[in-house]
Design a protein around this ligand. Structure first.
Ligand SMILES: Cc1cc2nc3c(=O)[nH]c(=O)nc-3n(C[C@H](O)[C@H](O)[C@H](O)COP(=O)(O)OP(=O)(O)OC[C@H]3O[C@@H](n4cnc5c(N)ncnc54)[C@H](O)[C@@H]3O)c2cc1C
Length: 338
């Protein structure tokens, strides 16, 4: 939006509320939650993500007619805020219970038709710029500016909210111009992640195994699930998602994906007794998969500079932690908490 157009929107705002133009960097659960909250409060929200689509680690990979949720497997709900959000997602038909994974009364929810279905629902009304790697940011007397690989963006913003995994956010904030983001960088260095190699497999025939397999630590595998057993998936296709153990993933982080696929497939075949050749086999490396050390506070917000940070890394390792962190930052931005 141009400066003139923004002025018009501000002056046209009949409720007399200040119409803010806000940039959110990253369209995972944290970025999408921020966008939803701020749009609902009357802000104009631009969301930038380097990916093809929104969702971040809540991802669904399409390989021809095959579909794999190769990142987060399910959503679990502990707090009231996410429980309230669940109602909206259920009403919109973008989430359903996955009975095979639910256990001990703890319902495991999945996006339908894929884990990446929640993000577009939350981004209604946002101006999403996918395929956009933000490479620089800075503040001057006109507000915040952003740069992508294609150069400086033509708009400027009243606030910038960063939701990238901490190492990526740190790299960006270290290059911040016109504002000393040193305190953000220092704080974000506390957050640590474990990587995860993921294997996507498809078979001609059904594998004789339970839908969800959890493996004890110390081996190659951590988790394997029949992705096609999730609600609304194409059950005629035998698709599996297999996650490697965190320690094993770290030790094999720089191995070629083809070599990792062979090693993980052997471990999967041994665990399930499956001797069928996979129709499709592809490994994906999540360098920053699960948070192992958190920031220990819900978000970062500089109320004077209008710069903020939220992500799962602030609070924990689950989708709900990203959601809670983003809500805490939205409260700060909207002046609803100290
Ligand atoms: C393999 C795996 C399994 C998991 N299983 C579960 C599970 O079962 N249940 C659960 O609750 N959680 C699970 N998680 C964790 C969960 O996915 C995360 O906690 C949550 O999705 C994090 O959301 P976020 O918004 O903080 O970060 P992200 O989802 O990582 O979002 C950050 C976004 O920033 C974008 N980005 C990065 N750099 C740039 C840049 N320079 N410019 C623009 N965009 C950029 C990325 O493309 C990404 O979309 C799993 C994660 C992985 C990887």
């Amino acid at each position: 939006m141009t400066r003139a157009a923004r002025f018009t929107r501000k002056t046209n705002n009949e409720e007399g509320r200040k119409m803010q133009n806000i940039a959110v960097i990253g369209a995972g659960m944290a970025g999408c939650t921020l966008a939803r909250r701020l749009i609902d409060a009357g802000c104009v929200v631009h969301v930038f993500d380097k990916g093809r689509a929104a969702g971040g680690r809540m991802a669904t990979r399409a390989e021809g007619r095959l579909r794999f949720d190769h990142g987060a497997q399910f959503v679990t709900v502990r707090g009231d805020a996410l429980r309230a959000q669940l109602g909206d997602w259920q009403g919109a038909g973008v989430i359903a219970c996955w009975p095979s994974a639910s256990r001990d009364g703890d319902t495991h929810w999945v996006g339908v038709p894929g884990m990446n279905a929640l993000a577009p629902r939350m981004l209604w009304g946002a101006d999403l710029h996918a395929h956009t790697v933000i490479t620089g940011l800075g503040a001057d007397r006109l507000g915040w500016w952003l740069a992508s690989e294609a150069g400086m963006l033509s708009d400027c913003f009243d606030a910038v909210l960063v939701t990238l995994p901490a190492p990526q956010a740190t790299g960006l904030l270290e290059r911040c111009a016109g504002f000393d983001a040193g305190p953000f960088v220092e704080a974000l260095r506390k957050i640590r992640y474990a990587p995860c190699w993921t294997l996507m497999l498809a078979f001609e025939e059904r594998i004789d195994a339970a839908d969800c397999l959890r493996f004890p630590g110390g081996g190659i595998l951590n988790w394997a699930a029949r992705d096609s057993s999730k609600p609304t998936r194409d059950a005629t296709r035998e698709c599996w998602v297999v996650h490697a153990d965190a320690v094993w993933s770290e030790a094999h982080l720089e191995l070629a994906a083809e070599d990792v696929a062979v090693l993980m497939y052997e471990a999967f075949a041994q665990a399930t007794g499956c001797s069928t050749r996979a129709l499709h086999s592809r490994a994906h490396r999540w360098r920053y998969a699960r948070v192992t050390e958190t920031l220990g506070s819900s978000c970062l917000w500089d109320a004077k500079a209008h710069l903020g940070y939220a992500s799962d890394g602030c609070l924990g390792e689950r989708i709900e932690d990203a959601f809670d962190s983003a809500n805490a930052l939205a409260d700060r931005v909207l002046g609803r908490s100290a």
